[in-house]
Design a protein around this ligand. Structure first.
Ligand code: XMP
Length: 325
């Protein structure tokens, strides 16, 4: 029978046998896959592992700091924290087309990753949190036709961008490649990852940048981070976080009229997107209690400057998508 202990022992043996005394680079994203991966590799090869966390500036409020703190202080795994907010914001300045935004963010990610790998390298291997479904999906593309060995062609957290440049095509270490998502969660829990990582809802690689429709600015990011934090806090307080596939806020780049005290306001609306789903392919808007919606709405309009209206998205997928971009 499959147990997490047996899996961890076997994975560590396998990593050591494969890597020997070589160096491994890992891009930490904050998700359960890359976190579990980092933990296993660190246990197996210690300081031959270098974890890089690239902060694009599009994560949820406080998440980058918490992630780095968790790894460094609780797990004693050093993390190279690359603060790259400015270059990512500059890369998408003035861009309003959703796919162009994704393309540029993905491209910038690869450049930032390349810089980090040159600065900290050289590395022989790249650790990727490839899961069993990903292996099946990319059966041919990741195999070097000459050696038959699996090599890195794409960065997992940014699969929607083109490939890695030739000199970044490291050999791969993929200790999670026989696991399904629920098994990774079990392993993650067994090695002591906190619920906030193990049960984390899916979060897109381009992050909040695709939850601000149209142009992304620091001012809009700040508004969305604050609104999004309120959504998360209230969903958690209500105890339904784990029942929802995703729960988040979207900022629309329009303004509407409102009133506050005896002042007329003219500010952004926030959309609440709360969905239930099995796999993200189809989804239904969540029938959450009105009281919860009321609390979220009141808090957002009262606490987040620049927002004067909250609307609830009652569209299923299809025909809507989960994200708004
Ligand atoms: P949609 O919006 O297509 O989303 O219904 C389905 C699932 O995919 C996630 N998503 C992304 N994930 N990069 C990602 O890593 C992306 O560009 C991206 N766009 C959507 C979305 O959050 C949902 O879970």
């Amino acid at each position: 029978t499959w147990t997490t202990e047996a899996f961890v022992d076997e994975a560590i043996r396998e990593i050591r046998a494969k890597v020997g005394d070589k160096r491994v680079l890992l891009a930490l994203s904050g998700g359960v896959d890359s976190s579990t991966l980092a933990f296993l590799l660190h246990k197996a090869i210690g300081d031959q592992l270098t974890c890089v966390f690239i902060d694009q500036g599009f994560m949820r409020k406080l998440e980058p700091e918490r992630l780095v703190k968790l790894f460094q202080e609780q797990f004693h795994i050093p993390v190279e924290y690359v603060k790259a907010r400015d270059r990512f914001l500059a890369a998408i300045a003035g861009v309003t087309d959703p796919e162009e935004k994704r393309r540029r963010i993905g491209h910038e990610f690869i450049k930032a990753f390349e810089d980090a790998s040159k600065r900290l390298g050289p590395f022989d291997y790249l650790a990727q949190g490839t899961l069993y479904p990903d292996v099946i999906e990319s059966a041919d593309t990741n195999v070097d036709p000459k050696t038959g060995e699996r090599v890195a062609v794409k960065i997992k957290s940014h699969h929607n961008v083109g490939g890695l440049p030739k000199d970044l095509r490291f050999k791969l270490v993929e200790p999670l490649r026989k696991l399904f998502k629920d098994e990774v969660r079990k392993v993650g829990r067994s090695i002591g990852l906190p619920d906030e990582i193990v049960q984390r809802q899916p979060f897109p690689g381009p992050g909040l940048a695709i939850r601000i429709l149209g142009e992304v600015t620091e001012e809009r990011l700040e508004i969305l981070r604050d609104a999004d934090l309120i959504v998360r806090q209230e969903i958690n307080r209500n105890g339904i976080y784990n029942q929802l596939w995703q729960a988040f806020a979207v900022l629309l780049p329009i303004r509407s009229v409102g009133v506050m005290g005896d002042q007329r306001t003219y500010a952004y609306p926030i959309v609440l997107r709360l969905v239930s789903s099995e796999d993200g392919m189809t989804a239904d808007w969540a029938r959450v209690p009105y009281d919860l919606l009321e609390t979220i709405s009141n808090r957002i309009v009262n606490e987040v400057r620049g927002v004067n209206r909250v609307v609830y998205d009652i569209t299923s997928k299809p025909p809507g998508t989960i994200e708004w971009e």
